[in-house]
Design a binder for this molecule. Structure first.
Ligand code: HEM
Length: 753
């Protein structure tokens, strides 16, 4: 029995490679944990703290009341070469408690022990009640000046640069849940404007499940894990979610967006963002307009396939977080244009028959085009996740002069909810003084004291009117840039717990969305409903949701019903006669491929002809090449980023094959379950699996030299989106053209029109 032999062989190969490599494997590939490579023996000489990584940013150093300090950001964390207590006393030893003899009890007087353990015991704060899982980055917003006609907000002025912090999130999952679950994504932006902070607390879906904030606890309780077993985590595929949305049918429009590809984005960089509510804008002349905010990604809107999303949840639960940070580190800065749909401010607050106060409705872009007003670029990763991403606190009521709220009842409730929850989450009323939350506009409020007060307020009269502080602070007038509460007339009406009648239409725009999808997008929606309802335990809940689908579209309903093995019900309301909105479809256009991941399979035995060139060309095109080899270390002097054991297809947007590696020593199901994939014995089975999955997920695949044989053996040569050629560069060029459409859509057959 020769089962031990491969171990030795693998070990030999790894050791030999490690000897050759030294300590810096991939200086150009993003993901290094620190700013300097570690040494094998570990450092022994005290030195100043290492600088942050080049792509890391921090909140600007501002005082708690918004003044610039000029202190370098690096002075905010640890300083100096020596370990100290929290009071700055240098410490001799942090590895041993102070004891009565080496074998004796620990002494209560050990202040360092108590300080270290006590602080550790209190390191956690409550996670957000929703949107707990997220990732954030710093950036800059530059106004185009095109919004001056409709709003006096100064940060939109031509060329005005405003620092921003953005946090992306999922809604349902806990803080440690996977990134790629099917869910709505948060897209919250803090603009540190000179006129006060503006928070655009948006989602990647333009409508919401409910029309009134009083239902927010209901929808969230329904979507969260069941309260008894606390499962499933970060999923909507369960009874309580579908129980609620099938009964509370105003949720149907948002639900169909979640069941579409929008629910599983490829990347935060490839999502649209929507302010959802209608806001009211006011210009310098006091004229008002209604408006909806849109973020348009430079890279287009793209999604994962459902199988990719599921695989990524296991293989790389941090998929979106890593993608965001790697892209910024690689210099492929994510960009969006901010756009406005500007709508007349009429007493009815409707546009083309659409109630603008109803957050379950969109205004199709074909009726009101999105007008670009500025550009957002994310160019710095956080230096400390907790300090910045976890402690950032957004609030839809943080508005600059020129932007005001409307009476949308969902927005009105949000104005109460965020600060209320942050009081608990961030431990008191002074969280606006946490560095990431500090405004960049001077703060001169009369709020005082409270837990964690950082400001040293001077003066004796934090009240108005006063004479003891000379009457300060004075209210500002229009000329001083005061916030404008637009004096909207409120129509005389009885006090009621009721919605306007127009809010009763729950299905027409869900149908509009369905009709706007391409056949392949419709397939995905059918599959998503069938999966989610199939995971429900109770048949009546499935049947009830089918009734809702019947009111959206008979084909959708019939297809899902077939999958569930249930009869398709008849509609209970007339099918809405709506025009599709082509802008809602994700397919049919071309976009840049910045920051995409290019997997390159190499065969060390055959040499790496052309691979170095291809790697350089991939970098030059703003993408990241990842070499995939049978073992780690280097191959022909090139650093290996993934081995056949560590690589999985979901990591790559495109697969290139530069060789046909024979099975590596660890290609044994006992060593790597992936090696169990059925494959021709001449190619490593993990490589065959990569090809199989990339093909199934409609990714472009290219091969040259020995790699062409792998395509033939896998039976995919000559199929759509699979290219082979004589040189790696030619193949890369062909593959780049294919990547512009995100996927090779022909490979997804669609049975619906
Ligand atoms: C259009 C509808 C809504 C959108 C677009 C939206 C968006 C968001 C986003 C993006 C976040 C994450 C903020 C972050 O990254 O820290 C968030 C958090 C939150 N949302 Fe909403 N939300 C909506 C509706 C509501 C409603 C109706 C309520 C309550 C009545 C609510 C309560 C909360 C709470 C409590 C948090 C956690 C805030 C924190 O702990 O800092 N949201 N929301």
């Amino acid at each position: 029995m020769d089962s031990r032999k491969p171990v030795k062989a693998v070990k030999d190969v790894v050791e030999a490679a490690a000897e050759k490599v030294g300590d810096v494997l991939n200086p150009e590939v993003p993901g290094a944990p620190g700013s300097a490579p570690p040494t094998v023996d570990g450092p022994t000489t005290p030195h100043e703290p290492l600088p942050p990584k080049k792509e890391q940013g921090t909140p600007e150093t501002r005082t708690p009341t918004g003044a610039a300090t000029g202190v370098p950001a690096t002075a905010k964390g640890q300083q100096g070469a020596f370990l100290t207590t929290a009071q700055g006393a240098r410490l001799r030893d942090t590895d041993h408690s102070l004891k009565a003899g080496p074998r004796g009890p620990v002494l209560l007087q050990d202040h360092h022990l108590r300080e270290k353990i006590t602080h550790f015991d209190h390191e956690r704060i409550p996670e957000r009640v929703v949107h707990s899982r997220g990732a954030g980055a710093h950036g800059v917003f530059v106004g185009y000046g095109t919004a001056e006609r409709v709003t006096r907000a100064d940060f939109l002025a031509k060329g005005r640069e405003t620092p921003v912090f953005v946090r992306f999130s999922t809604v349902l999952g806990s803080r440690g849940s996977a990134d790629t679950v099917r869910d709505t994504r948060g897209f919250a932006t803090k603009f540190y404007t000179d006129e006060g902070t503006f928070d655009l607390v948006a989602n990647n879906i333009p409508v919401f499940f409910i029309q009134d904030a009083i239902k927010f606890p209901d929808i969230i309780h329904a979507g969260k894990p069941h309260p008894d077993r606390e499962i499933p985590q970060a999923q909507s595929a369960h009874d309580t979610f579908w129980d609620f949305v099938s009964l509370h049918t105003e949720a149907q429009h948002h639900a169909i967006w979640n069941m579409s590809d929008r629910g599983i984005p490829r990347s935060y960089r490839m999502m649209e963002g929507f302010g959802v509510h209608t806001f009211r804008l006011v210009n310098t002349a006091g004229e008002t307009a209604l408006a909806k905010f849109h973020w348009k990604p430079k890279l287009g809107v793209h999604s994962l396939t459902w199988e990719e999303a599921q695989l990524a949840s296991g293989v790389d639960p941090d998929f979106h977080r890593r993608d965001l940070y790697d892209a910024i580190e690689a210099g492929a800065y994510p960009e969006w244009e901010l756009g406005l749909q500007v709508l007349p401010d009429t007493p009815e607050e409707t546009f083309a028959g659409i109630d603008l106060l109803d957050p379950t409705k969109i205004v199709p872009e074909e009726l009101a085009p999105v007008q670009p007003v500025g550009r957002l670029t994310l160019n710095r990763t956080p230096t400390n996740f907790f300090a910045e991403v976890e402690q950032v606190a957004f609030h839809p009521g943080h508005l600059p002069p020129g932007i005001d709220v409307t009476n949308d009842p969902l927005l009105q409730g949000r104005l109460f909810s965020y600060v209320d929850t942050q009081l608990t989450r961030l431990g008191g009323p002074n969280f606006a003084q946490i560095p990431v939350n500090r405004p960049h506009a001077p703060v001169n409020d009369m709020l005082r004291d409270g837990f964690h007060q950082h400001a040293v307020h001077a003066g004796v009269a934090p009240y108005r009117p006063n004479s003891l502080d000379g009457g300060n602070p004075f209210p500002a007038g229009d000329a001083d840039g005061a916030f404008v509460d637009v004096p909207v007339t409120v129509a005389e009406a009885p006090k009621v717990r009721a919605n306007p009648v127009s809010f009763d239409d729950h299905f027409s725009q869900a149908r509009l969305f369905w009709l706007s999808m391409s056949p392949v997008e419709k397939e995905h929606i059918i599959r998503a409903y069938t999966f989610e309802l199939g995971k429900c335990y109770h048949q009546p809940i499935r049947e009830r949701q089918l009734r809702c689908l019947a009111n959206i579209d008979p084909v959708l309903c019939a297809e899902v019903a077939t999958g569930l093995g249930l009869p398709a019900p008849e509609p209970t309301v007339p099918l809405a006669d709506v025009a599709p909105s082509p802008a809602l479809s994700q397919v049919g256009r071309e976009w840049p491929a910045d920051g995409r991941m290019v997997g390159i399979v190499v065969d060390p035995a055959a040499g790496l002809d052309g691979v170095g060139q291809v790697r350089r060309a991939v970098f030059a095109a703003g993408m990241v090449p990842l070499l995939i080899a049978p073992h780690g270390g280097t191959v022909d002097g090139l650093p290996v980023q993934r081995t056949f054991a560590t690589a999985r297809s979901v990591e790559f947007d495109v697969l290139l094959l530069a060789g046909a590696p024979t099975p590596a020593p660890d290609a044994l199901p006992a060593r790597d379950a992936k090696a169990g994939a059925a494959a021709p014995a001449t190619v490593d089975p993990r490589v065959s699996l990569l090809v199989e999955e990339c093909w199934r997920h409609a990714k472009a695949i290219g091969a040259w030299a020995g790699g062409v044989g792998v395509l033939e053996q896998a039976g995919v040569a000559g199929t759509p989106g699979v290219v082979s050629g004589d040189s790696g560069l030619d193949v890369l060029t062909a593959v780049q053209r294919l990547m512009a459409t995100h996927r090779v859509w022909e490979r997804f057959p669609a049975s619906v029109a």
